[in-house]
Design a binder for this molecule. Sequence first.
Ligand SMILES: [Zn+2]
Length: 387
Amino acid sequence: MNLAMGLCSSLCIVVCPVVQGWLDTGHMLVARMAQTQLEEAHVATLEDILSSWSRDFPGMSSFVSSAVWPDHIKCTNSKAPACLGLPATSLNAFDTWHFVDLDYNPDRVSIDDAQHPYQNPSAVWALRQAMSTFSSSQSTFAVNFMLRMAIHILADLHQPLHAAQGVFNDTRFGDVLGDRGGNLIRIQSPWKELRSLHLFWDAAGGLFLDEWPLVPEVELRQNASEIMRAFPRSSLQELNDTETSCFLRNDCGRVFKKWAIQVHEVAVKFAYHGVRANETVSEEYIAKVRRISKRQLALAGYRLADLLAVVVPFLQISSDRSGLSDRPWSLWTRTDIYTQALVALCSLQFLLLLLLGSLLCKGLRAKHRDRESLLEAEADRFVQLQR
Ligand SMILES: [Zn+2]
């Protein structure tokens, strides 16, 4: 990365929204790892869907780059460096989809406002919504939207501080009644832009600082390969093949909750230990964050690949979307079975009426002919009598 890019990336980190998830490199790494495990045809199908928004979001419509879209749509000022000159999308309605606040309250602080794990909408809720859309939607718009969200949120859910809400009254962190996933815990680090515990984990302990579109492709490929070599599937006991069956049944609520609890336990075990508020993080802590972050990124990459491998063949949207936009919305665009049955019934009724009408006319005509013959016979008889 050259100096200009580095400065720009650092600036982005400083001004980006507080709750972000992995920085862009982390998200793109998860997508990249998933891509290497998916069939090429499946990736092509997904990129065909994603490409329908390439005009609004140039450079964010490949499988890997779409992973950063849900963070960039939060941008509210196109002149801000974080917006990189793109038009401000100003979509903040989905901000809570990126995390799950599961309480970590080691000091047993009594909290007036009850905390609600999995409070909706949360990351767990959003992933369930995405699965529901994938299973039944015939809309390219809906699948495109939820696909971008699912690729991103599944990765966010594996950032330990996206599954923890710390509550403390001890001397390490001060009195914090809900630390917003470590966002309210200030720290010092060798990277002056990484000033909160949350951001430090977002950047994988200073490992992955680059922001889209300044993530070099070659570095991305190399880092993805290295992480997968360091953490192969067989080394991750959380991966369980039977989990994928829920993707087929669209019944993954329990599985997504289990993922959130597993990640919460990682936060409790690693993120809050060996660190104190307002102090410089130790070399030991940095090494630990880097190791755990790479492991979590690998886990997310495998799970994303497993989910999409099941989902893609069952997507119900047509690959040929040409001409759809020209058709007016009417009853005829919904060529469902009920419409077709209604049309057939009406046609049958019309034919029966025609048949009935023609039979009636035929009968009347015969009756008329009989009457004429009778009159003619009567007339003949009358003539003969006259003679
Ligand atoms: Zn996020």
